[in-house]
Each structure stands twice: as structure tokens, then as C-alpha cells.
Design a protein around this ligand. Structure first.
Ligand SMILES: C[S@@+](CC[C@H](N)C(=O)[O-])C[C@H]1O[C@@H](n2cnc3c(N)ncnc32)[C@H](O)[C@@H]1O
Length: 235
């Protein structure tokens, strides 16, 4: 990151969003180390011996830097306001990858389900290690999600990639509209959703049209993150 980018991160809207997120998190302190304890260390070391390279930043092998990802995922859980059960929530994570967010939610007593492409040895290995139930499925535009059983109190997605078209461009309003209608039908009346979007080639996380679409549905948007309220929240 250049000096100018750093300054704009501190003083621009990104800086403001980080500040707001930081203040919100202060209201819900939660340590990450406790979530390391239930993990099978021997299994983890075996995976790390197979796939881990310390300088990796792009490929799934980076998720074997488990302490870093446990810290990140604990922040995500705090942002999602997922507290210790009861009440027990049913949580779905789309494109769950290694499943760390769900692992923490499970440790907090919630009922979790992941959905992902499957077939990546690092993601498959970590998901199995953490014993996270996962449905193997590829999300396509204008196609419903598969049968996922009982309705969810929370549907999340972090660093989404499923919203890419085959030509590499990102979903527009039409694709999101179809997807959201289907996802909403999987929610309990008080259920809510949160998406954390990957960056677009121009540095934004969503086009103005997609932003307006989410805002019209009552979303709170913090840079890359879109928090959608429940239907009972009176939007
Ligand atoms: C950048 S990774 C993020 C993983 C995880 N959510 C996280 O934040 O650590 C994107 C994930 O989305 C999954 N994915 C990509 N395209 C998908 C699609 N069309 N349907 C379902 N999952 C998809 C990938 O397999 C990968 O696990």
C-alpha cells in the first residue's frame, strides 16, 4: 500500500468505516485464542506440512496461517453480533472456504452449515479438521440454491467470489435481485443476511446501481460489507 493510499484509508470514507466498525466491535469483546483449543493440532500440522508456505497471500494455502485467520474470523463474528448461545442460531455461510467463521459460531453453540465448491485440498482438509458440515454446490446466477433444510437465522458470505460472471465481470442488480429473493426465502422471519464483497477491478466493492439496490432493501453498507436487516426489523 502506498503512502497516499494509507492516508486515504485513514482519512477517507474507508477510514471512517473502519473507525465505526472498531467502535461497534468494542461493544462486543471476544478473544480468538479460545477457538484454537478445540482444533486437532496433529491434523493441522499434517495439513501445514503438506500445503503451507509462509509467504503465500493468494492461494487457499494462506488459510493455514491459522492464528491470523482465527483473529480475522473472530472480528467477523463480532461484526455479525453472533454471541454465545442461547438462543441457538442456525447459520449458513456461502463460499465458506476453510470454515473458520462457522467454526467460531459452532464453538459459541450455534448450528452451522457451509456451502462451497469443494475439491480444493486445503479447504476440504480444514473443513474436515474442524468438522463443519458443508454442502458442495456451485452458485450460479439465476439459479436457486439447493435444498438446505431448515430456515436460517443468519446467512453470511465473506470475500464472495460466487457473484462473478463467466467473463470475470461481477453481478449486476438483476443477478443480485434473483439471488436475494431466493436467499430471503431461506430465512426465518427474524433472519438477516450479511455479505462481504470482494473488490471490483476499479477498486470499489460494488457499482452505484448495486449499492442503490442494497440500500433500497434497508442495508447498512460499510465499505465492502453489506448488512441486511431482518424482515421484522421494520425496514
Ligand atoms: C476468497 S474465498 C473466501 C473464503 C471464505 N469465505 C473467507 O472469507 O475466508 C471464496 C470462496 O468462495 C468459493 N466460491 C467461489 N465461487 C463459488 C460459487 N460459484 N459457488 C459457491 N462457492 C464459490 C470458493 O471456493 C472459496 O471458498
Amino acid at each position: 500500500m502506498t503512502f497516499t493510499q494509507k492516508l486515504s484509508k485513514i482519512f477517507g470514507s474507508d477510514g471512517w468505516d473502519s473507525l465505526v466498525a472498531g467502535v461497534r466491535r468494542m461493544a462486543y469483546p471476544l478473544g480468538w485464542r479460545q477457538f484454537m483449543k478445540p482444533i486437532d493440532r496433529e491434523g493441522l500440522e499434517w495439513l501445514r506440512a503438506q500445503f503451507y508456505t509462509p509467504e503465500e497471500r493468494l492461494r487457499p494455502a494462506k488459510y493455514l496461517n491459522i492464528e491470523e485467520w482465527m483473529k480475522t474470523s473472530t472480528k467477523r463474528i463480532r461484526d455479525l453480533r453472533v454471541r454465545k448461545a442461547p438462543p441457538r442460531m442456525r447459520i449458513l455461510d456461502l463460499g465458506c472456504g476453510a470454515g473458520y467463521v462457522l467454526h467460531i459460531a459452532k464453538c459459541l453453540g450455534h448450528d452451522v452449515l457451509g456451502l462451497d465448491l469443494g475439491g480444493d485440498p486445503v479447504f476440504d482438509g480444514i473443513i474436515a479438521l474442524l468438522k463443519i458440515p458443508r454442502i458442495t454446490h456451485t452458485i450460479h446466477a439465476h439459479e436457486p440454491l439447493p435444498d438446505l433444510g431448515a430456515k436460517f437465522d443468519l446467512i453470511t458470505a465473506h470475500m464472495t467470489c460466487f457473484n462473478r460472471r463467466t467473463d470475470g465481470s461481477h453481478w449486476g442488480v438483476e443477478e443480485w435481485e434473483y439471488f436475494m429473493k431466493d436467499a430471503e426465502s431461506r430465512l426465518t422471519p427474524a433472519g438477516r443476511m450479511q455479505f462481504d464483497l470482494n473488490v471490483l477491478p476499479d477498486g470499489r466493492h460494488m457499482t452505484d446501481e448495486v449499492r442503490a439496490f442494497f440500500l433500497a432493501r434497508g442495508a447498512r453498507i460499510e465499505r465492502r460489507r453489506v448488512f441486511l436487516p431482518s424482515r421484522t426489523a421494520g425496514r
